[in-house]
Design a protein around this ligand. Structure first.
Ligand SMILES: [Zn+2]
Length: 376
């Protein structure tokens, strides 16, 4: 997939929307295809950059970083390499420590910074590039999350997760050979991040009805279509085939672009993401190992779909009554090879109860979760 061509269609559709729904045209370059890594050096040369930096961790260096660095060297492009260090729990997280390492190890004369990795590495680099006025190029190594194209970076400071201003990538080079070679738990996490759209889309429509929140039928429809494509391809995604990761990555990109189109994360993030953020901060506070974002979102969607159907499905049948049964969501998650049960990701009953009461306070957006918590 040529990203420019895909975006042209979306921008045209956005321009046809009725007045009053504000859209920002999306400008982004790159490709999603087998062999995409080999297209990066020619792109850098075309842009006229003499010097760039590459950020990776040990896993993503082996998956793609080393090959990319070699092809840049062959093309005569100077490339500084920043290898991110894991914390005491063995995780690379988007915190103060990692941000400072990126700032220190990407020289000032590097005109672009290449983020080689999944969500966290992209988030740290997009923030560093925003702060230092450099070009950000995304090189995903797994179809694990829909945040590659985001303009905000979820950063953890002092153990608290907040989304700070950053930039979207100028170009994204997603190599199907690399994505298909990623561990299946990462692909399953991307699939689970997509399954979370069932509840995020329902929460968005609920908030439009209850709180008059900005709503865009095009962004809604694009996200829904992306979700449906994943469900239609679940067996290929479960097998981690090239075709499977291609459809999944396309869906993750579509979801990300829907957010860019409306300028907020509402199409892709509802109560299930608030629960996931709450658990993430609790795990950090307890010094526990981090879970994949999608793994948490998938389990949260199962719990929230059940809660919404049971508690709100009758009162709002057109919004919450249409959600899939939680058992169906679990079956999809398991088929893809990811966790589907709170116990599988180590959630205690106490943390679940606390998050059901408290997680809605993380954002002042209206959701079914907030509605139920306020109602008591
Ligand atoms: Zn997500």
């Amino acid at each position: 997939m040529e990203i420019k061509a895909a975006l042209h269609e979306i921008n045209e559709a956005a321009a046809r929307q009725p007045a009053g729904i504000v859209h920002a045209p999306i400008v982004m370059d790159g490709v999603l295809e087998a062999g995409a890594l080999a297209k990066i050096a020619p792109y850098i040369r075309l842009r006229g950059f003499a010097s760039v930096a590459l950020v990776a961790d040990d896993n993503t260096w082996n998956a793609a970083g080393e090959r990319l660095a070699a092809s840049l060297a062959e093309a005569g492009i100077a490339c500084a390499v920043c290898r991110l260090k894991a914390n005491g729990q063995g995780d690379v997280i988007a915190d103060e420590r990692t941000i400072v390492q990126v700032l220190l190890e990407t020289p000032r004369d590097a005109e672009a910074v290449l983020a080689v990795g999944s969500g966290t590495i992209n988030d740290v680099v997009r923030f560093a590039c925003f702060q230092t006025g450099r070009v950000f190029i995304s090189v995903p190594t797994a179809a694990s999350v829909d945040g590659f194209t985001s303009v905000g970076a979820p950063i953890i400071t002092d153990g608290f997760k907040q989304t700070v201003p950053a930039i979207a990538p100028e170009a994204i080079f997603a190599d199907l050979d690399v994505l298909a070679a990623a561990p299946q738990r990462l692909t399953a996490a991307g699939f689970a991040d997509m399954l979370g759209k069932f509840t995020s889309l329902a929460d968005w429509r609920f908030s439009q009805r209850m709180a008059g929140e900005h709503y865009c039928p095009l962004a809604y429809e694009l996200t829904e279509r992306a979700l449906q494509q994943c469900l239609d391809t679940v067996d290929e995604i479960a097998a981690g085939s090239r075709r499977g990761v291609e459809v999944l990555m396309e869906a993750l990109l579509l979801s990300g672009w829907s957010m860019l189109l409306v300028g907020h994360s509402r199409p892709a993030s509802g109560g299930e993401h608030h629960l996931s953020h709450h658990w993430e901060m609790a795990y950090i506070a307890e010094g526990r190992r981090q879970l994949l974002h999608g793994a948490k979102v998938g389990v949260a969607s199962v719990m929230l779909a059940k809660l919404y159907r049971d508690a709100l499905g009758e009162a709002y049948p057109d919004i919450f009554g249409r959600l899939p049964e939680s058992g169906q969501l679990q079956a999809w998650l398991r088929r893809a090879g990811g966790p589907a049960d709170p116990g599988e990701i180590g959630l205690t009953d106490a943390l679940i109860a606390e998050s059901m009461r408290e997680a809605h306070k993380l954002r002042d957006r209206y959701t079914g979760l907030k509605h139920l918590a306020l109602r008591g």
